[in-house]
Ligand binder design. Sequence first.
Ligand code: UDP
Length: 466
Amino acid sequence: MEVTKQAHKAHVLVFPFIGQGHVNPMLQFSKRLAFKGIKPTLITAQYIFKSMQTTTIETQFGPPIQIRSISDGYDDDSGGSHPESIAAYLDSLRVNGAKSLAQLIMRLNDEGDPVQAIIYDGFLPWALDVARQFGLVAGLFFTQSCTVNSIYYHVQRGLIQLPLTGPDLIKVSVPGAPELHPFEAPSFVHTYGSYPFWFDVILGQFSNIDQADWVLCNIFYDMEKEVVDWMAKLWKVRTIGPTVPSYYLDKRLEDDTDYGLHLLKPDKTLCKNWLDSKPKDSVVYVSFGSAAELSNEQFQELARGLKNSDLNFLWVVRESEQAKLPKGIIEENSKQGLVVGWASQLEVLAHEATGCFVTHCGFNSILEALSLGVPVVGVPQWTDQGTNAKFVEDIWGVGVRARVDDKGIVQRKQLEECITEVMEGEKSEEIKKNLSKWKKLAKEAVDVGGSSDKNIDEFVAYLAAC
Ligand code: UDP
């Protein structure tokens, strides 16, 4: 333990966008800060706060992480008054959130617990203005890869024109990153005009980045050295990842086995008992994360592909998606497969029965596969997932990408072939070798004196001097 629970070097607000893929890495980063003597307070929206069982995440290794709420303008959302559109919600979050965040900072001041910095999600760039209003340090936190960051930056500054034309239609190229076919670039870039509101959010990450005091990236340096070096010429960029619980990496944070805040309730015992009954490396774990919505046809193909593989499968299908499962699939496959609404993904990936991970390639899922050493079959859906899948196959060499048909569907046969390839095919040995390399590098990065550990030390020293 590096510090006693009473003393803290600085107090920071950590403000993730709402969504499991944002909360997990920023909460985990908060724990690393707590370990090093910073007091982090996690910010969430009031309607989520109300549904939480706790207002504090206790740690064995530093100050507890307090959770405080701000208003997004929909404080009673759990009652059913859902915002009419994403655009309306994001607008309301910006307007009400900024006001409410400022009020919280003043309240904390009054309580004798002043704040020195705000670490805010790139999706919430207006938090920088609030930091400035109070003279606080502003740390921008990116939850996506640096190649993806760089592509968005190039688009935001007009250095890559959309819709893609001319040479960009053949390859999308940014300094330090491999050349990408357009289909490997983020979906907002190759399919210009798709999800306009999300597109604005994505580009908004770079609207005021030049004013951020720190730019914190959830990767470790070895993953994307050249892109990081390039970004570091523009901003004070530091890699601080992977933000996977310490138990799976350096084990320095006592009892840190889980992220600690599940927005959906995982079927922990059911999954564990089921996995315990299966032989080593026999299970295909399938999950498309917290937000992706698949078509009925894609569900059909996945279901048939998994069944035909004759392998055991554990499939996370969120409740809101379950109606799309082919009829009878659960009963038909009850011995071979288990479908749950949400899992404790880390526990599943770490279980010895798990042999491969069919994933949408959300960036956290990829970091987890890399850190825990699980071969990947990438079935990307949208946003940055196609770029992550490219890296999985061609750069990090930890899995394969499933190919889609003309309608963008991964057919059953293709899924089966990919699963076989990573589990026992020609590439499987190479994939396993690469995985053990990355797993070791991930651990080293966050362990004493590793690249991310040193960067976090530097950040902490800076905060302590504020
Ligand atoms: N996750 C989980 N249980 C599940 C599926 C996902 O705990 O059943 C976690 C997973 O470990 C990851 C996060 O949810 O940390 C999803 O983030 P990711 O970036 O992979 O995808 P997103 O949900 O943002 O699309």
